[in-house]
Write a protein that binds this ligand. Structure first.
Ligand code: NDP
Ligand code: 2IT
Length: 447
């Protein structure tokens, strides 16, 4: 049940953003946590403050024409939603996936605003992307698409305005082509305009690893509140992209046994533990599938096409692929099999029903906007290095990331306690993120 002050705000969001179910879901989840806040601080319900937080400052939609290898003209749709800049320039990734619609980018931009606030760093929230499908495209096609996408995006971004980065389907290769095109168009080596750059062209150490490492640090903090650790635990990680791979790496480094990962075609289980060198060779160099990994590893690795990775009994689950990939039914299966902690590496991977099932079963649950904030936080560290024309060591950067994740955990934990729900990281993250961004929005007047 929504608080009566929040009910009309949500009704308005539904009415003004028809057919955008992912955006509705993300807004609803935050509003569900805010009842206690507006009861304690009625000023937050005034001045249409919450309404303003639900309305993006700017939404840009553009055509992306490009020519494929067969000389055919292709048309995709590009998006950039500049959600909120009260705390700093808009900041958030670009997603290239055929499922991308305006509502997808709005949900991600909304989440990003609170996530970025939670890091304590000076970054606003934004997100962008395209319905372009990179699968099966040649390197030249990827380059031409990225150049065309940037040709339009360039006029909307800048180191003080809006700083994109990667997300699903966008990694260092794509960012390189986009940065190259931006540099060419503007005749400026403006390193701070994008993050997730390669090391020799202005990138930061640890940015590649940051989201996964950060998510594991967050889960580790949650485990410690119950005198537990990763050591000896069975860990399952969905996805096998950037977030998943470095989640597996850090979980294994802390003594966890990572036994399963997946892609959109199926999952692989290897009881001995997933071999990360082989997985990286398959995913990062060959751009292959987890089925290729299973073939390379032989009989110890079992590939299950079209199955649900959440059927694999585990102690810790880290959904790191995409939104709504873990349903209420999956959550009940995990609980039945004795899960103790879940950390969202992806954005909104657990459905609301799944989140409720975990909270009801007293499972430690780290919501994405807290648990996966290490990626964007390290992007902010990349911006710091770019602004000071400096480059930090791996150790220094990782130590900063770890400190930031511990800080986020403490902020969520303390806020949950303050609002009478100890251990509820969903409430803690939503309220702590909201209050920081709301404070700034209020201070800046009606703009
Ligand atoms: P990648 O493109 O590197 O990897 C995505 C992985 O998820 C792939 O294994 C992919 O499988 C799988 N996947 C994607 N879409 C679907 C789908 N619709 N159904 C099933 N599987 C799917 O992306 P990232 O690792 O960067 O991102 C993963 C998640 O983490 C996203 O939710 C993203 O928003 C979030 N995130 C990313 C951050 C970053 O720094 N990169 C930071 C914070 C959050 P397949 O190859 O078959 O498509
Ligand atoms: O969802 C996310 O936080 C990201 N994709 C990373 C954003 C960033 O700007 O580094």
């Amino acid at each position: 049940m929504l608080d009566e002050k929040l009910e009309p705000i949500y009704a308005d969001v539904l009415r003004r953003n028809p057919e955008e179910s992912e955006f509705h879901q993300a807004v609803r989840e935050v509003l569900d946590s805010l009842g206690a806040v507006v009861a304690k601080h009625p000023e937050y319900a005034e001045g249409a403050l919450i309404e303003r937080l639900c309305e993006p400052e700017r939404q840009i939609i553009f055509r992306v024409p490009w020519v494929d290898d067969k000389n055919r003209v292709q048309i995709n749709r590009g998006f950039r939603v500049q959600f909120n800049s009260a705390l700093g320039p808009y900041k958030g990734g670009l997603r290239f996936h055929p499922s991308v619609m305006l509502g997808t980018i709005k949900f991600l931009g909304f989440e990003q605003t609170f996530k970025n606030a939670l890091t304590g760093m000076p970054i606003g929230g934004g997100k962008g992307g395209s319905d372009f499908d990179p699968k099966g495209r040649s390197d030249n096609e990827i380059m031409r698409f990225c150049q065309s996408f940037m040709t339009e995006l360039a006029r909307h971004i800048g180191e003080y305005t809006d700083v994109p980065a990667g997300d699903i389907g966008v990694g260092q290769r794509e960012l390189g082509y986009m940065f190259g095109q931006y540099k060419r168009m503007t005749n400026r080596y403006e390193s701070g305009v994008l993050t997730g750059k390669g090391l020799v062209w202005g990138g930061s150490r640890v940015r590649t690893e940051a989201t996964g490492y950060g998510a594991v640090y967050f889960v580790d903090c949650m485990l410690r509140t119950r005198n537990q650790s990763f050591d000896g635990k069975r860990v399952i990680v969905s996805g096998s992209g950037n977030v998943a791979v470095y989640t597996m790496q850090k979980a294994a480094a802390l003594g966890g046994r990572v036994i399963a990962c997946s892609d959109s075609n199926g999952y692989v289980v290897e009881e001995k533990g997933i071999d990360l060198d082989t997985l990286k060779e398959v995913k990062e160099r060959r751009r292959g599938r987890v089925s290729d990994y299973a073939k390379l590893r032989g009989p110890g690795a079992v590939y299950i096409p079209n199955g649900r990775i959440w059927d694999v009994p585990a102690d810790i689950a880290m959904p790191s692929a995409t939104q709504n990939e873990l349903t209420g039914q999956d959550a009940r299966t995990l609980v039945k099999n004795g899960i103790i902690a879940v950390g969202e590496g992806a954005n909104m991977p657990c459905t609301p029903e799944a989140v409720r099932a975990f909270l009801d079963a007293n499972v430690l649950f780290g919501p994405g906007k807290a648990a996966n904030a290490g990626g964007v936080a390290t992007s902010a560290l990349e911006m710091q290095q770019n602004a000071s024309r400096d480059s930090w060591s791996f150790e220094t950067t990782e130590a900063r990331l770890r400190e930031i994740m511990y800080g986020i955990h403490d902020r969520c934990e303390k806020t949950a306690e303050e609002y009478g729900a100890p251990g509820n990281y969903v409430l803690g993250a939503n309220i702590a993120g909201f209050t920081r961004v709301a404070e700034a929005v209020r201070a800046l007047g009606v703009i």
